[in-house]
Ligand binder design. Structure first.
Ligand SMILES: Nc1ncnc2c1ncn2[C@@H]1O[C@H](COP(=O)(O)OP(=O)(O)OP(=O)(O)O)[C@@H](O)[C@H]1O
Ligand SMILES: [Mg+2]
Length: 297
Protein backbone atom coordinates (compact mmCIF):
# COMPACT_ATOMS: atom_id res chain seq x y z
CA UNK A 1 0.00 0.00 0.00
CA UNK A 2 1.27 3.46 -0.89
CA UNK A 3 2.85 5.74 1.63
CA UNK A 4 1.10 9.09 1.29
CA UNK A 5 3.02 12.33 1.78
CA UNK A 6 1.89 15.92 1.57
CA UNK A 7 4.13 18.87 0.82
CA UNK A 8 2.86 21.77 2.81
CA UNK A 9 3.74 25.29 3.92
CA UNK A 10 1.26 28.12 4.40
CA UNK A 11 3.77 30.47 2.86
CA UNK A 12 3.71 30.81 -0.91
CA UNK A 13 6.63 30.39 -3.27
CA UNK A 14 8.86 28.46 -0.86
CA UNK A 15 9.45 25.49 -3.17
CA UNK A 16 6.56 23.11 -2.33
CA UNK A 17 5.80 22.19 -5.92
CA UNK A 18 9.44 21.99 -6.97
CA UNK A 19 10.15 19.63 -4.09
CA UNK A 20 7.09 17.47 -4.78
CA UNK A 21 7.74 16.94 -8.48
CA UNK A 22 11.50 16.45 -8.21
CA UNK A 23 11.24 14.02 -5.31
CA UNK A 24 8.51 12.09 -7.15
CA UNK A 25 10.60 12.01 -10.32
CA UNK A 26 13.76 10.85 -8.53
CA UNK A 27 11.84 8.09 -6.73
CA UNK A 28 10.53 6.76 -10.06
CA UNK A 29 13.59 7.41 -12.22
CA UNK A 30 16.42 6.49 -9.85
CA UNK A 31 14.74 3.83 -7.71
CA UNK A 32 12.04 2.31 -9.95
CA UNK A 33 9.30 3.26 -7.48
CA UNK A 34 5.68 3.62 -8.54
CA UNK A 35 4.77 7.20 -7.73
CA UNK A 36 1.62 9.27 -8.12
CA UNK A 37 1.71 13.07 -8.05
CA UNK A 38 -1.55 14.51 -6.78
CA UNK A 39 -2.10 18.19 -7.54
CA UNK A 40 -4.36 19.90 -4.98
CA UNK A 41 -3.50 23.46 -5.96
CA UNK A 42 -5.67 25.47 -8.36
CA UNK A 43 -2.49 27.10 -9.65
CA UNK A 44 -1.87 23.64 -11.25
CA UNK A 45 1.88 24.12 -10.91
CA UNK A 46 2.60 20.44 -10.24
CA UNK A 47 0.51 19.45 -13.25
CA UNK A 48 2.30 21.92 -15.53
CA UNK A 49 5.67 20.80 -14.16
CA UNK A 50 5.21 17.42 -15.83
CA UNK A 51 2.80 17.92 -18.74
CA UNK A 52 2.56 20.70 -21.33
CA UNK A 53 -0.32 23.22 -21.23
CA UNK A 54 -1.86 21.97 -24.49
CA UNK A 55 -1.99 18.42 -23.12
CA UNK A 56 -3.57 19.75 -19.94
CA UNK A 57 -6.12 21.69 -22.00
CA UNK A 58 -7.21 18.44 -23.70
CA UNK A 59 -7.53 16.66 -20.37
CA UNK A 60 -9.54 19.51 -18.88
CA UNK A 61 -11.84 19.68 -21.87
CA UNK A 62 -12.74 16.05 -21.21
CA UNK A 63 -13.16 16.95 -17.49
CA UNK A 64 -10.62 14.27 -16.55
CA UNK A 65 -9.14 16.13 -13.60
CA UNK A 66 -9.38 15.88 -9.83
CA UNK A 67 -12.15 18.45 -9.90
CA UNK A 68 -14.57 15.80 -11.30
CA UNK A 69 -13.62 13.44 -8.46
CA UNK A 70 -14.12 16.12 -5.82
CA UNK A 71 -17.49 17.06 -7.26
CA UNK A 72 -18.47 13.39 -7.34
CA UNK A 73 -18.02 13.29 -3.56
CA UNK A 74 -19.70 16.64 -2.96
CA UNK A 75 -22.73 15.73 -5.10
CA UNK A 76 -23.07 11.95 -4.83
CA UNK A 77 -26.65 12.15 -6.12
CA UNK A 78 -25.38 12.88 -9.66
CA UNK A 79 -24.68 9.71 -11.59
CA UNK A 80 -21.02 9.49 -12.76
CA UNK A 81 -19.25 6.73 -14.54
CA UNK A 82 -15.60 7.59 -13.89
CA UNK A 83 -13.40 6.96 -10.88
CA UNK A 84 -9.85 7.92 -9.83
CA UNK A 85 -7.99 5.27 -11.89
CA UNK A 86 -9.68 6.53 -15.09
CA UNK A 87 -8.02 9.96 -14.82
CA UNK A 88 -4.46 9.01 -14.06
CA UNK A 89 -1.94 10.10 -16.70
CA UNK A 90 0.70 7.37 -16.74
CA UNK A 91 4.46 7.72 -17.25
CA UNK A 92 4.63 11.50 -17.43
CA UNK A 93 7.92 12.92 -18.80
CA UNK A 94 8.33 9.41 -20.32
CA UNK A 95 9.34 8.04 -16.94
CA UNK A 96 7.86 4.62 -16.22
CA UNK A 97 6.18 4.61 -12.83
CA UNK A 98 5.74 8.38 -12.64
CA UNK A 99 2.01 9.12 -12.84
CA UNK A 100 -0.09 12.23 -12.39
CA UNK A 101 -3.61 12.87 -11.21
CA UNK A 102 -4.09 16.24 -12.92
CA UNK A 103 -5.19 19.26 -10.95
CA UNK A 104 -7.65 21.89 -12.08
CA UNK A 105 -7.92 25.66 -12.04
CA UNK A 106 -11.40 25.29 -10.53
CA UNK A 107 -11.30 22.72 -7.82
CA UNK A 108 -14.49 22.99 -5.84
CA UNK A 109 -17.43 25.23 -5.17
CA UNK A 110 -17.63 26.23 -1.50
CA UNK A 111 -21.27 27.16 -1.80
CA UNK A 112 -22.25 23.72 -3.09
CA UNK A 113 -20.23 22.04 -0.33
CA UNK A 114 -21.92 24.11 2.36
CA UNK A 115 -25.36 23.57 0.87
CA UNK A 116 -24.89 19.80 0.65
CA UNK A 117 -23.52 19.50 4.15
CA UNK A 118 -26.26 21.70 5.58
CA UNK A 119 -28.86 19.44 3.99
CA UNK A 120 -27.15 16.43 5.52
CA UNK A 121 -27.28 18.07 8.95
CA UNK A 122 -30.94 18.99 8.56
CA UNK A 123 -31.86 15.40 7.70
CA UNK A 124 -30.32 13.90 10.81
CA UNK A 125 -31.38 15.17 14.24
CA UNK A 126 -28.25 14.20 16.14
CA UNK A 127 -25.74 15.79 13.77
CA UNK A 128 -24.38 19.31 14.00
CA UNK A 129 -22.81 21.20 11.12
CA UNK A 130 -19.27 21.30 12.49
CA UNK A 131 -19.31 17.52 12.95
CA UNK A 132 -20.54 17.00 9.38
CA UNK A 133 -17.92 19.42 8.07
CA UNK A 134 -15.14 17.65 9.96
CA UNK A 135 -16.23 14.25 8.66
CA UNK A 136 -16.27 15.65 5.13
CA UNK A 137 -12.80 17.19 5.54
CA UNK A 138 -11.52 13.92 6.99
CA UNK A 139 -12.76 11.77 4.13
CA UNK A 140 -12.58 13.88 0.94
CA UNK A 141 -9.00 13.23 -0.22
CA UNK A 142 -8.76 9.82 1.52
CA UNK A 143 -11.75 8.70 -0.58
CA UNK A 144 -10.19 9.99 -3.81
CA UNK A 145 -6.91 8.15 -3.32
CA UNK A 146 -8.33 4.98 -1.76
CA UNK A 147 -8.96 3.20 -5.13
CA UNK A 148 -5.31 3.60 -6.20
CA UNK A 149 -3.49 3.09 -2.88
CA UNK A 150 -2.38 -0.41 -3.86
CA UNK A 151 -1.05 0.73 -7.23
CA UNK A 152 1.74 2.90 -5.84
CA UNK A 153 4.72 2.93 -3.51
CA UNK A 154 4.32 6.65 -2.92
CA UNK A 155 1.61 9.22 -3.42
CA UNK A 156 2.99 12.76 -3.22
CA UNK A 157 0.47 15.53 -2.79
CA UNK A 158 1.21 19.11 -3.71
CA UNK A 159 -0.78 21.71 -1.78
CA UNK A 160 -1.64 25.34 -2.34
CA UNK A 161 -0.20 28.01 -0.04
CA UNK A 162 -2.47 28.79 2.90
CA UNK A 163 -4.46 26.16 4.70
CA UNK A 164 -7.59 25.45 2.71
CA UNK A 165 -10.02 22.53 2.78
CA UNK A 166 -8.05 20.45 0.28
CA UNK A 167 -4.78 21.00 2.12
CA UNK A 168 -6.35 19.93 5.40
CA UNK A 169 -7.97 16.90 3.79
CA UNK A 170 -4.69 16.05 2.02
CA UNK A 171 -2.87 16.21 5.34
CA UNK A 172 -5.46 13.94 6.96
CA UNK A 173 -4.95 11.46 4.08
CA UNK A 174 -1.20 11.39 4.66
CA UNK A 175 1.23 9.30 6.64
CA UNK A 176 3.81 12.08 6.59
CA UNK A 177 4.17 15.68 5.60
CA UNK A 178 7.19 17.45 4.17
CA UNK A 179 7.83 21.05 4.98
CA UNK A 180 9.97 23.00 2.50
CA UNK A 181 11.09 26.33 3.91
CA UNK A 182 13.52 29.14 3.35
CA UNK A 183 15.86 29.77 6.28
CA UNK A 184 14.41 33.18 7.11
CA UNK A 185 12.87 34.40 10.39
CA UNK A 186 9.33 34.88 9.05
CA UNK A 187 9.48 31.48 7.45
CA UNK A 188 10.24 30.02 10.87
CA UNK A 189 7.20 31.72 12.36
CA UNK A 190 5.19 30.11 9.54
CA UNK A 191 6.55 26.67 10.40
CA UNK A 192 5.51 27.08 14.03
CA UNK A 193 2.01 28.26 13.09
CA UNK A 194 1.57 25.36 10.71
CA UNK A 195 2.76 22.87 13.33
CA UNK A 196 0.12 24.18 15.72
CA UNK A 197 -2.60 23.88 13.12
CA UNK A 198 -1.59 20.35 12.18
CA UNK A 199 -1.53 19.36 15.87
CA UNK A 200 -5.11 20.64 16.11
CA UNK A 201 -6.09 18.75 12.95
CA UNK A 202 -4.60 15.56 14.37
CA UNK A 203 -6.57 16.03 17.57
CA UNK A 204 -9.82 16.49 15.65
CA UNK A 205 -9.31 13.48 13.39
CA UNK A 206 -7.55 11.19 15.85
CA UNK A 207 -7.55 8.26 16.26
CA UNK A 208 -8.12 7.81 12.52
CA UNK A 209 -4.82 9.28 11.44
CA UNK A 210 -1.19 8.58 12.16
CA UNK A 211 0.52 11.62 10.75
CA UNK A 212 4.04 12.86 11.32
CA UNK A 213 6.47 15.42 10.03
CA UNK A 214 9.02 13.56 7.91
CA UNK A 215 11.24 16.57 7.66
CA UNK A 216 11.86 20.21 6.96
CA UNK A 217 13.69 20.79 3.68
CA UNK A 218 15.60 24.04 3.48
CA UNK A 219 15.59 25.75 0.12
CA UNK A 220 18.44 28.23 0.29
CA UNK A 221 17.54 31.74 -0.80
CA UNK A 222 19.64 33.65 -3.35
CA UNK A 223 22.83 35.61 -2.59
CA UNK A 224 21.39 38.29 -0.26
CA UNK A 225 22.35 36.49 2.91
CA UNK A 226 25.63 34.95 3.87
CA UNK A 227 25.79 31.22 4.43
CA UNK A 228 26.68 31.99 8.08
CA UNK A 229 23.34 33.68 8.50
CA UNK A 230 21.56 30.64 7.03
CA UNK A 231 23.37 28.41 9.48
CA UNK A 232 22.20 30.50 12.43
CA UNK A 233 18.58 30.37 11.31
CA UNK A 234 18.78 26.63 10.57
CA UNK A 235 20.30 26.05 14.01
CA UNK A 236 17.32 27.78 15.57
CA UNK A 237 15.02 25.33 13.80
CA UNK A 238 17.15 22.39 14.87
CA UNK A 239 16.76 23.55 18.47
CA UNK A 240 12.97 23.68 18.14
CA UNK A 241 12.62 20.37 16.34
CA UNK A 242 14.19 16.97 16.72
CA UNK A 243 17.36 17.07 14.56
CA UNK A 244 16.13 14.03 12.65
CA UNK A 245 13.19 16.15 11.47
CA UNK A 246 15.43 18.48 9.49
CA UNK A 247 16.83 17.10 6.22
CA UNK A 248 20.62 17.34 6.11
CA UNK A 249 20.53 17.89 2.37
CA UNK A 250 19.52 21.37 1.32
CA UNK A 251 18.42 22.63 -2.07
CA UNK A 252 20.50 25.48 -3.46
CA UNK A 253 19.08 28.22 -5.65
CA UNK A 254 19.87 27.18 -9.19
CA UNK A 255 18.52 28.85 -12.31
CA UNK A 256 18.18 25.40 -13.95
CA UNK A 257 15.46 24.58 -11.42
CA UNK A 258 13.46 27.63 -12.47
CA UNK A 259 14.14 27.06 -16.19
CA UNK A 260 12.91 23.47 -15.99
CA UNK A 261 9.36 24.76 -15.49
CA UNK A 262 9.49 26.21 -19.01
CA UNK A 263 10.11 22.72 -20.37
CA UNK A 264 7.34 21.09 -18.33
CA UNK A 265 9.94 18.66 -17.07
CA UNK A 266 11.49 18.58 -13.58
CA UNK A 267 15.11 19.69 -13.32
CA UNK A 268 16.24 16.18 -12.38
CA UNK A 269 15.36 15.23 -15.96
CA UNK A 270 15.91 18.44 -17.94
CA UNK A 271 19.31 19.33 -16.44
CA UNK A 272 20.37 16.19 -14.60
CA UNK A 273 23.92 17.30 -13.91
CA UNK A 274 23.00 20.75 -12.53
CA UNK A 275 23.58 21.56 -8.83
CA UNK A 276 19.82 21.72 -8.20
CA UNK A 277 19.26 18.33 -9.76
CA UNK A 278 22.11 16.75 -7.79
CA UNK A 279 20.72 18.21 -4.58
CA UNK A 280 17.28 16.68 -5.25
CA UNK A 281 18.88 13.30 -5.99
CA UNK A 282 20.77 13.38 -2.68
CA UNK A 283 17.67 14.53 -0.87
CA UNK A 284 15.77 11.55 -2.32
CA UNK A 285 18.45 9.21 -1.01
CA UNK A 286 18.06 10.76 2.45
CA UNK A 287 14.27 10.56 2.11
CA UNK A 288 14.45 6.81 1.49
CA UNK A 289 16.84 6.36 4.41
CA UNK A 290 14.43 8.17 6.70
CA UNK A 291 11.52 6.03 5.52
CA UNK A 292 13.57 2.84 5.93
CA UNK A 293 14.61 3.88 9.45
CA UNK A 294 10.99 4.57 10.44
CA UNK A 295 9.74 1.33 8.93
CA UNK A 296 12.53 -0.63 10.57
CA UNK A 297 11.95 0.81 14.05
N1 LIG B 1 16.11 25.67 -5.90
C1 LIG B 1 15.57 26.57 -6.70
N2 LIG B 1 16.34 27.33 -7.52
C2 LIG B 1 15.79 28.25 -8.35
N3 LIG B 1 14.48 28.48 -8.44
C3 LIG B 1 13.66 27.76 -7.65
C4 LIG B 1 14.15 26.76 -6.75
N4 LIG B 1 13.09 26.20 -6.10
C5 LIG B 1 12.00 26.81 -6.59
N5 LIG B 1 12.34 27.74 -7.52
C6 LIG B 1 11.44 28.62 -8.24
O1 LIG B 1 10.77 29.42 -7.29
C7 LIG B 1 9.41 29.59 -7.66
C8 LIG B 1 8.52 29.07 -6.53
O2 LIG B 1 8.76 27.67 -6.39
P1 LIG B 1 7.53 26.68 -6.21
O3 LIG B 1 6.51 26.91 -7.26
O4 LIG B 1 8.09 25.32 -6.10
O5 LIG B 1 7.00 27.19 -4.80
P2 LIG B 1 5.61 26.85 -4.11
O6 LIG B 1 5.84 26.88 -2.65
O7 LIG B 1 5.05 25.61 -4.67
O8 LIG B 1 4.73 28.10 -4.58
P3 LIG B 1 3.15 28.28 -4.33
O9 LIG B 1 3.01 28.60 -2.88
O10 LIG B 1 2.75 29.38 -5.23
O11 LIG B 1 2.51 26.97 -4.67
C9 LIG B 1 9.22 28.84 -8.97
O12 LIG B 1 9.36 29.74 -10.02
C10 LIG B 1 10.36 27.84 -8.98
O13 LIG B 1 10.77 27.49 -10.29
MG1 LIG C 1 3.16 25.29 -5.53
Amino acid sequence: MALVLTTVNMKGGVGKTTLTVNLATCLAKNYGKRVLILDLDSQISATLSVIAPHDFAKIRKKRQTISYLIDKIIRPYINRKYATPDFIVPSVCDIPGLDLLPGDIELYDEYIISETLHKETANQDDLNFSQVWQDFEGTLIPNIIEPVLDDYDYILTDCAPGYNLLTRSGIVASDFYLLPARPEPLSLVGIQLLERRIAKLKKIHAPDIDLNLLGIVFILSGGLFSSRYYQQVIQRVEQDFDKSQVFENRIPMDVNVAKAVDMFTPVVVSAASSPGSKAFSKLTEEFLQKIAAIKGS
